[in-house]
Design a protein around this ligand. Structure first.
Ligand code: NDP
Length: 248
């Protein structure tokens, strides 16, 4: 079950956190994984080296997902090299939090450029190969706050809600080509993005989570492998919530 041997997967933002866990899990299931980063070349290399040391296949590629031209050029090059692109995990994302009253336009623009425009640009480039193959998997990283909202995260939540519209549209547009598109909506996951949460905040947060704890990146990676697999071939346009029951 859930084997990905012979498949090529691109994970944007695969150098850390959830993207890293997804890259490692996809590789463990047999995929050749391409790990994208923007600043963390050394971290991305460490992920790739770790995968290779365990007998897996991996490489790294640096580009800023907010730069559509760079995304297109990089993905075209990867497709040229591998002659395929089976799985795209559009994971790269940033959070810039704060009260709406203090929201800066440049932060709003950057959030949308990375979290939404980046995911769309990567999809546009990667699905070229998927369409030819009449098969493919696109997986977006949404968030529990895209559905629930969160004080202090108006702009971030908007980007995550947007990805649901993106996934559902891609799911409809590409269904006849054998391509599925889904969102994983994580709850609070322990990564660099959430290090700002204090122990006191975490205690409060845990009360809102039926399973009573925040999640680990590997909890998301397991959902990613499932959605990437042949076994998930009848699942498209869905939001898979992996959040300890925080939102149902
Ligand atoms: P991290 O901050 O730990 O890692 C972010 C990753 O994205 C890094 O690999 C980083 O690369 C990459 N990245 C950031 N900006 C860009 C860019 N412009 N171009 C290419 N890569 C970029 O985040 P998480 O692992 O926590 O989050 C991953 C995804 O999951 C995000 O989309 C996030 O919104 C979502 N999510 C996270 C939750 C959580 O609780 N952690 C909850 C719900 C959703 P580099 O190392 O080069 O900087």
């Amino acid at each position: 079950m859930f084997r990905l041997d012979g498949k090529v997967a691109l994970v944007t933002g695969g150098s850390r956190g959830i993207g890293r866990a997804c890259a490692e899990a996809l590789a463990e299931s047999g995929a050749h994984v391409i790990i994208n980063y923007v600043k963390g070349e050394a971290a991305a290399k460490e992920v790739a080296d770790g995968i290779i040391a365990k007998g897996g296949k991996a490489e790294i590629v640096g580009f800023d997902v907010a730069d559509s031209k760079a995304v297109e050029t990089a993905i075209e090059g990867l497709i040229e090299k591998h002659k395929r692109m089976d799985i795209l995990v559009a994971n790269a994302g940033i959070a810039i939090d704060g009260l709406l009253l203090r929201l800066k336009e440049e932060d709003l623009d950057r959030l949308f450029a990375v979290n939404v425009k980046g995911a769309i640009a990567a999809t546009k480039a990667a699905t070229r190969a998927m369409m030819k193959a009449r098969s493919g998997r696109v997986i977006y990283l949404g968030s529990v706050v895209g559905e629930m909202g969160n004080a202090g995260q108006t702009a971030y939540a908007a980007t995550k809600a947007a990805l649901m519209g993106v996934a559902k549209s891609v799911a409809r547009e590409y269904a006849s080509r054998g391509i599925t598109a889904n969102v994983i909506a994580p709850g609070y996951i322990d990564t660099d993005m959430t290090t700002g949460i204090t122990d006191a905040m975490k205690e409060q947060l845990n009360k809102l989570i039926p399973l009573g704890r925040t999640g680990a990146a590997k909890d998301i990676a397991a959902a990613c492998v499932y959605l990437a697999s042949d076994e998930a071939n009848y699942v498209t346009g869905q939001v898979l919530r992996v959040n300890g029951g925080m939102h149902m």
